[in-house]
Design a protein around this ligand. Sequence first.
Ligand code: NAI
Length: 694
Amino acid sequence: MAGEQFVEHARDGDVHVLRLANPPVNTLRTEVRAGLLDGIQAAQREGARAILLIGNGRNFSAGAEMTEFGKPRKPPSLPEVFDAIEQSKVPVFAAIHGNALGGGLELALACHARVATPGAQVGLPEVKRGFVPGAGGTQRLPRLIGLEALRIIVSGEPVTAEEAQKLGFVDAVLPGDLEHAAVAWARENAGRQFTLARHRKDKIEGFDAAKFDEAAKKLTARSRGQESPLGCVAAVRAAFTQPFEEGLNVEREQFTRLVQGEQSQALRHIFFGEREAQRIPDLPADAKPLPVNRLVVIGGGTMGGGIAMSAANFGLPVTIVETSQEALDRGLKRCEANWQRTVSSGRLSQAEYEKRRALLSGTTDFEKAVGEADLVIEAVFENMEVKKEVFGRLDKAARPGVVLASNTSTLNIDEIASATKRPELVVGMHFFSPANVMRLLENVKGKASSPAAIATATEIGKRIGKLPVLVGNCDGFVGNRMTGKRGPQIEKLLLEGCLPQDIDRVMESYGMAMGPLATGDLAGLDIGAAVRKARGTVAPVADAVVAAGRLGQKTSKGYYDYDENRKRLPSQEVERIILDLAEKMQVRRRKIEDQEILERVLLPMVNEGARILEEGIAYRPIDIDVIFVNGFGWPAFRGGPMFFADRLGLKAVRDKLAHYAEVTGDRNLQPTALIEQLAKEGGSFATLKGPAKV
Ligand code: NAI
């Protein structure tokens, strides 16, 4: 039987140990389920006094095998394994170390009792993949711990073994070697009477609907249109209000509906995409990252400070270089204040704060600091002359072989590299603001960037908690270049009938963290104005808003008015500006449907994304989606712009682009050759076989 290889059956006297052995994380693939079933039956036949389930390697189990999703299910199912456990006359215990997540925790919940190592993580993260726990988790956990189960299931956040013990779903926390301790625990406790979770009533009695609904409302307040949190609420509610078997049916209905739904497909697309995007197809296998023990960041402003904090947060010593002691002090203070806020909110211990603070240093001695650097990231003003001057100095001061990276968001990496004698060691490392928070890192490959330089930027990005995606060198790189293309359509929508709040409402109900106009207010409207001035372009509405002294949140007014709590309010002045302009430009205003707003904001980005793929600026469509989800507030449950296009269908994308190009006179919306081709072939971005080359 194939299962034997995936579940080892060991006998420690009369305690039988079944070890899950499916590296690396013991997912519950078919063979594991079969092995468990066989093992449980065999142990009973052989007269075991107790059966202990434990994981090989670093985890108990990370849950279901996601690659089996959407394929015909092979028996035995998890519920069949759970039935065998629950019908066993011999008690079955789970011994948890590392993680027990999703189906892994559900397996443990079906057991007669659970023990765990200190610090083990247990949770039901299904909600984050767009569905609900599907093997009884929503029914058993509430029966073990009551209403607290709702928080764990709806948030998807794991808790530690200690917290789980307090809540009541871990029976003992055992220090030392787990198998050894758990076998002893099993032997000692085998004779006890255990009530299976399914038979427990004490925690679900006296259901208080009002209290439940209030908790559910709080927990789902930030779901922004995501369906799975509501599915979790429905399933958990059934645990309190219906018999066990009927509750399982409610859970199953929610699971089946959601797992096949578009949102969960989108979330899986992003889940796998984030792994894929970190693989660089044309990087030679022997490209090795250079060792980095000290990072030097040039410029301690908004971005430099954030980058330095990221390094210290992940244990990498970092030095900020500034031009004056005053600017340096300001930069360091901002980092300290930021960390202190995290301490005050209880999310960071004082000891951890001190550890991070000790890893951060600062100086105004450029040459000395750079001479000691293993990697330099430059984050000075966004000005080519300034950058070239800085890179010329960096090249002279840095040891040979050290990589010099720029955090520029718009400037040409090749031109920056030309100021050095080591262009092969110059790359872009484009962080996003706030740099200590945002996960995305667009690493930019210049025409001379060597594999070692790219490998180093990738490796350091990962080490400091980022998700590096390699892109090619062009104006705005991938993310900013695509979002920039929304501008003309937003301007036209404002003139034709929308107000800022209409556009933001549509985009936020789609799930965006923040609508484009509110985002503009946050970043400062003067930035866009300066770019337009430099490029000689106009945006009548934006220009008029800026001319009225409305620069965004920093002046308490932009597209919106802001009160003293930075709450945004619709602005009558902006409405007047827009109506006056529309009249002057003889645009007849009309009511614009939400769907049209959504398409006219998203499709220009899709078209530009296709252009980016044609030019080889991104390796794969998934890279673009990963960039938007991790750096631009695009909700993961919507899958990103290229996923959006695929769901609409490339033929519809083509037709809509052509239509909007014609009626709005925006030539940028002419469908690109790639979209024309995919539309004609019935293809999609997901199946695109492109030249994966940046
Ligand atoms: P900032 O103005 O807040 O900080 C720049 C800092 O560099 C200042 O503190 C300045 O004193 C210092 N500086 C200037 N010349 C220097 C030199 N020769 N040596 C040492 N320090 C020097 O600017 P911010 O926003 O941090 O931007 C920095 C870079 O990051 C720019 O290239 C910008 O385009 C890029 N960026 C900015 C983002 C943002 O949202 N602010 C996002 C992504 C990239």
